[in-house]
Design a protein. Structure first.
Lengths: 149, 359
């Protein structure tokens, strides 16, 4: 089994550095690819040239909501609309705990919603728990190529 | 339509609830009612025969005759200046926000245009307030989220400093870094409180009959379970029915009982009481009383202000937001809150709510 990358969609450089550090601390060895706005994330998920077979599907996407250019919810909706990306687990990782944001995320196809704690050790614990669940415990959708729906 | 006699029209205008004026095709005032005299501050005789622009604010005077001609060309009954903030001009040149609706009336002296004018200063002020409230809420929302990001960085890098460079920092340096972590967390709580405030002010109230005594007993049991070693005597009056939003009023009771619990922590004979006091006009007046640290009555007014604390943080921890929430929620219900107390003499917090009429 090849190790699939984690796609971190995060525009704040400090949050990016701390999340990467938290992954290191939790011994998660998957490569982490960083997209700094929604447009970069979509460009990675839907490469313009060819069918994107050369790009490994992420095992997990950590998605901020408040992003420049294309927001997190829009990224979710675009992913839902395509059979290839619909099955990738997406965890919304954000500052907000507004009911609207949580509801909108689930309605747009998020698999989980985690509010970033202020305290770094709590945040590192959360990242570790997410990694253990989504990369080890959870059984991902089998890759059989594009579905025909 | 049968043309109206002018006398009949004048009598009709007098009976109208709104200020009304009629103008002829040349834009001169033909009829005004008493309400119009009062609204604009003119005597009737001063208005009749004058161009209607005398009632239009200076800024709009130049364009008004053009609009007037446009209406005469297509005289349907309609509000004037749809989507615009209209205003009227009084005799003393002051202006007021106005809604104007127009209609054409066929009289024995030809077509007249009738305008009903309503002073909507109050309504427009409410609309402005509602808008600025919404702006404020979205501002609070944005700012709270933008403030949390740098906090995470402050706290995160400080923790990394401690973990990876703790040896280099020395004991004092580690202490400083630990304080950065602690205050970041505290500021996170303050920001959460701001968010909560804006949520409560926006939330729709779902009023129902709530047994406050039952809720208080539930909360007391929960608090006791958190610290089973403390002995506190709870006295809770049961069957206290009030009309309230259950989720919000439970927050009120929770905050008041948590406070009572916290401020009696120094006493071996701590007692906390929930009950009702006599009150007038169908309201329910509830209180939460404790025999704890109390407060200086001179500062009673500050108790309910956000981020105000009357005790040192090391004695009684807290962000100073609990009572501010209590006040906000009770006021949202149309009730009042106040407190009585003395240093070392315990505290009593009162709040009023609409009672539930017994069937």
């Amino acid at each position: 089994m090849t190790s699939q990358p984690i796609l971190l969609v995060e525009d704040n450089p400090d949050d990016e550095a701390l999340t990467l550090r938290a992954f290191e601390k939790s011994n998660i060895s998957n490569e982490v690819i960083v997209a700094r706005d929604g447009a970069e994330a979509l460009a990675y998920l839907f490469p313009a040239d060819g069918d994107g077979n050369g790009v490994p599907r992420p095992a997990l996407i950590l998605l901020d909501l408040n992003l420049p250019k294309v927001g997190g919810l829009e990224v979710l909706r675009k992913m839902q609309a395509d059979a290839r990306t619909r099955v990738i687990p997406v965890v919304v990782l954000t500052s907000s705990k507004q009911e609207e944001d949580i509801l909108d995320s689930y309605r747009s196809g998020a698999n989980a919603y985690v509010r970033k704690p202020v305290k770094f050790s709590d945040f590192a614990d959360a990242v570790r728990a997410l990694g253990v669940f989504w990369l080890l415990l959870n059984e991902p959708a089998p890759s059989r190529g594009p579905e025909s729906d | 339509l049968t043309p109206l006699a002018n006398g009949t029209l004048a009598a009709l205008l007098e009976a109208a609830p709104d200020a009304m004026v009629c103008i002829a095709a040349d834009g001169r005032l033909v009829l005004v009612n008493a309400q119009a005299e009062q609204l604009f501050g003119y005597e009737r005789a001063e208005l009749i025969g004058q161009p209607v622009e005398i009632l239009v604010p200076d800024a709009a005077r130049a364009v008004h005759p053009g609009h007037r001609a446009g209406y005469v060309a297509d005289p349907r009954h309609r509000p004037m200046g749809a989507g615009l903030s209209l205003a009227g001009r009084r005799r003393d040149a002051s202006t007021f926000a106005a809604d104007v609706s127009l209609s054409a009336i066929d009289t024995d002296e030809g077509i007249l245009v009738a305008a009903a004018i309503r002073d909507v200063t109050a309504q427009r002020r409410i609309k402005d307030l509602e808008r600025s409230n919404r702006d404020l809420e979205s501002f609070i929302y944005t700012v709270s989220h933008d403030l949390r990001a740098p906090l995470r960085a402050l706290s995160g890098y400080s923790e990394l400093l401690l973990e990876e460079y703790g040896g280099v920092l020395g004991e004092e340096g580690r202490g400083y870094a630990e304080r950065i972590v602690a205050v970041s967390e505290h500021m996170g709580e303050l920001i959460d409180y701001l968010l909560q405030l804006s949520r409560v002010s926006r939330a729709e109230l779902h009023l129902q009959s709530v047994d406050l005594g039952g809720e208080a007993a539930q909360i007391a049991k929960e608090i006791q379970r958190r610290e089973p070693l403390r002995h506190v005597c709870f006295t809770i009056q049961r069957q206290v029915q009030a009309l309230a939003d259950r989720r919000l009023i439970v927050t009120v009771l929770q905050n008041l009982l948590d406070n009572a619990w916290k401020f009696t922590s120094g006493r071996d004979d701590a007692s906390i009481e929930f009950g009702t006091a006599p009150s007038g006009d169908g309201a329910v007046c509830c209180y939460v009383r404790d025999n704890g640290a109390g407060f200086d009555p001179a500062y009673a007014g500050k108790l309910f202000q956000p981020f105000q604390r009357l005790h040192a943080a090391r004695d009684f921890p807290g962000a100073g937001t609990g009572l501010a929430s209590v006040r906000q929620i009770v006021q949202r219900h149309g009730g009042q809150v106040w407190a009585e107390g003395a240093v070392g003499g315990g505290a009593t917090f009162y709040f009023t709510l609409d009672g539930k009429e017994s069937a």
